[in-house]
Write a protein that binds this ligand. Structure first.
Ligand code: FMN
Length: 191
């Protein structure tokens, strides 16, 4: 049995980020079929098309592009900034989508989880992210959707997801994402 490699892209660089803590929950679940790792997007300079036009991208771009090229699926875990996605996440999507014709995202399955300290759970970010994913031809799972509101109440003093109903939801979301990913990867293999 092969192990599918999933890259988690977290849209917050904050040390005590709730989204990082949610991402950590996925890292801690055992499943021999799916291996989860966080992809570092913190060292990517703001995208400048000259990097690619001049054929001289920063070393962090090459590292990032090589890393995501071999991944099977992506899990986006993000806060909402001003009703959209944080710039660091959009920058990573842009960096992975170029040079033109060499996007590393194309045709891969994904899932989107947004969270917020507010009640709406990052709905705006979740859907703005989907807009970019459509264009780079990542295939995000439609259902179940994941909007974690009041995320601070889900995390215990040890920094781990504490609320049982949140754990149950995350586990069911993870299962659905893995089934979705297998379906997309299988269909790609039939081409
Ligand atoms: C620049 C900025 C913009 C924000 N905009 C929103 C917003 O539009 N909607 C929202 O629910 N929370 C917003 N927040 C609050 C975030 O939900 C909160 O800071 C959250 O903890 C960020 O996620 P993190 O803990 O993973 O860093 C914003 C925070 C920042 C720093």
């Amino acid at each position: 049995m092969s192990t599918y490699q999933v890259g988690i892209l977290v849209g917050s660089l904050r040390k005590e980020s709730y989204n990082k803590k949610i991402a950590q929950f996925f890292l801690e679940q055992e499943n021999p079929e799916f291996s989860y790792n966080i992809v570092n997007i913190s060292d990517l300079p703001l995208y400048n098309q000259d990097f690619d036009d001049d054929g001289d991208p920063p070393a962090s771009y090459s590292r990032f592009r090589d890393e995501i090229a071999v991944l099977d699926a992506f899990l986006f875990v993000t806060p909402e900034y001003n009703r959209s996605i944080p710039a660091v996440l959009k920058n990573a999507i842009d960096a992975g989508s170029r040079p033109y014709g060499q996007s590393k995202w194309d045709g891969k399955p994904a899932a989107v989880l947004s969270s917020s300290i507010g009640a709406i759970g990052g709905f705006g970010a979740n859907h703005h992210l989907r807009q970019s994913l459509v264009f780079v031809n990542i295939l995000p799972m439609q259902q179940p959707e994941a909007y974690l509101g009041n995320v601070q109440d889900c995390i215990g003093s040890d920094g781990k997801v504490e609320l049982q109903k949140t754990k149950d939801f995350l586990l069911s979301f993870k299962k659905a994402f893995e089934e979705w990913s297998k379906k997309i990867i299988y269909e790609k293999g039939q081409d």
